[in-house]
Design a protein around this ligand. Structure first.
Ligand code: 5GP
Length: 116
């Protein structure tokens, strides 16, 4: 893992702005800068973990908190009735571009399957 701060760590530390929609002790959520749906929010742990592949058994509680934060974001943004998608891209083939674990919460339109 690179020692330099990721863009998401800079958002956590309020060094760069973001449209924050949700925060608790462990997680932060903010609107994606290039939304792929009418609602596109990123939910991240405040502690840096590179991606799903880098989770350890010791991260069990945090992984759960991240998923629950995604649930709370969807509730807060009124996505529950219509439904929404939660995605974690992992590594090169997964299309991950920021090396800080994040869940995409996408909603506000009908999603397609399979994803591109
Ligand atoms: P990934 O491709 O790693 O799964 O997702 C990274 C996401 O971060 C992308 O959807 C991208 O648009 C978003 N992103 C990259 N830089 C910034 C930024 O500075 N601010 C915000 N809000 N989103 C960003």
């Amino acid at each position: 893992m690179s020692p330099s701060k990721t863009i998401f760590e800079k958002i956590i530390d309020r060094e760069i702005p973001a449209d924050i929609v949700y925060e608790n002790e462990h997680c932060l959520a903010f609107h994606d800068i290039q939304p792929q749906a009418p609602v596109h929010v990123l939910v991240i742990p405040k502690r840096r973990i590179e991606n799903v592949a880098n989770l350890t058994d010791a991260d069990q509680a945090l992984a759960g908190k991240l998923l629950l934060a995604a649930r709370d974001v969807a509730q807060k943004l009124d996505l529950v009735d219509q439904g929404y998608r939660v995605v974690a891209n992992c590594g090169i083939d997964g299309g991950q571009s920021v090396d800080h674990l994040h869940l995409h919460v996408l909603g506000g339109r009908q999603m397609k399957w399979p994803p591109g």
